[in-house]
Design a protein around this ligand. Structure first.
Ligand SMILES: CC(C)(COP(=O)(O)OP(=O)(O)OC[C@H]1O[C@@H](n2cnc3c(N)ncnc32)[C@H](O)[C@@H]1OP(=O)(O)O)[C@@H](O)C(=O)NCCC(=O)NCCS
Length: 175
């Protein structure tokens, strides 16, 4: 049974990256080798979910960075209300939970944390949507469940308009 969760910026002096295994080598390797470098270089910010009583054990992580989407890739109804140039957004680069804890609500919790961060950031720096590159159909099904839809002409690149995320029931609440 889980205790109290905390979502924290990745800190290699606290969080044991080597133990993390989500079942996808590329996502493990990113956390272990690149996430901290990318944070320092301003490429992406990585956040981990831990239990307060065992903060060294990474339960899951996600990364966020700034991005933009060509307006032509958005749903036509949305496009009508937007300028013709690329619209600003955030990108959920990676999201993964450790394999031995999957199916216990951690992925939903991580996604809620990521959306909350975007909503907070968006109060200061405008962003229209959160985008994600789902790595396969399975990941796509997970994001679809929470209101993400594919960009026009794309199968696995998806987006969630952040204004909708403020009051949409399908978006998980953090906590
Ligand atoms: C995808 C992933 C993050 C989901 O995390 P998780 O902790 O297993 O999922 P949760 O337990 O939080 O599931 C939340 C809800 O989504 C549903 N769900 C989980 N995975 C799903 C999937 N692939 N498709 C559709 N629904 C899914 C669950 O049934 C659950 O529904 P409920 O709230 O009605 O019970 C996790 O399986 C994972 O890390 N996979 C490996 C890495 C990966 O594929 N990441 C995607 C990045 S592109």
């Amino acid at each position: 049974m889980f205790g109290v969760f905390e979502e924290q910026p990745l800190d290699p002096t606290i969080h044991k990256r080597a133990d993390f295994d989500c079942g996808v080598p590329a996502l493990n390797g990113y956390l272990q080798r690149y996430a901290d470098q990318h944070r320092k270089r301003g490429i992406s910010s990585a956040y981990v979910l831990v239990e307060s009583k065992a903060p060294e054990r990474i339960l899951g992580y996600y990364t966020l960075s700034a991005a933009e989407i060509a307006c032509s890739l958005l749903d036509e109804r949305e496009r009508r209300k937007l300028p013709r140039y690329p619209v600003p957004c955030f990108r959920l680069g990676r999201l993964a939970c450790r394999a031995d804890e999957q199916g216990r609500g951690l992925g939903k919790r991580l996604l809620a944390c990521a959306i909350d961060r975007c909503l907070i950031a968006r109060a200061h720096v405008a962003a229209y949507a959160l985008t994600v590159d789902a790595k396969d159909d399975n990941a796509k099904a997970f994001y679809t469940r929470y209101g993400f839809k594919p960009l026009l002409g794309h199968v696995l690149t998806m987006y969630l308009p952040l204004a909708a995320a403020l009051n949409q029931e399908s978006v998980p609440a953090a906590g």
